[in-house]
Design a protein around this ligand. Sequence first.
Ligand SMILES: [Zn+2]
Length: 59
Amino acid sequence: MKTLSCRDAGFDCDYLIQGETEEDIFRDGGQHALNDHGIRREDFTPKFNEKLKALIRDI
Ligand SMILES: [Zn+2]
C-alpha cells in the first residue's frame, strides 16, 4: 500500500491519495488534482512527477 499526502505535494488540502502501486497513486492523484485543484494533465511535468514520486510513502 502506498500513500501520498496532497499537503506534502504543496497544496493546502487534507486529501490522502492511496493505491497499491505508483500508477494507482498517479491515477487517483491526477484525478483529485484535476477535480479539486484545477490542475490539468499537462501540468504534470516530468520534474513535478519526480517530486511527487519522492513523496510517496509505503505503509
Ligand atoms: Zn488536494
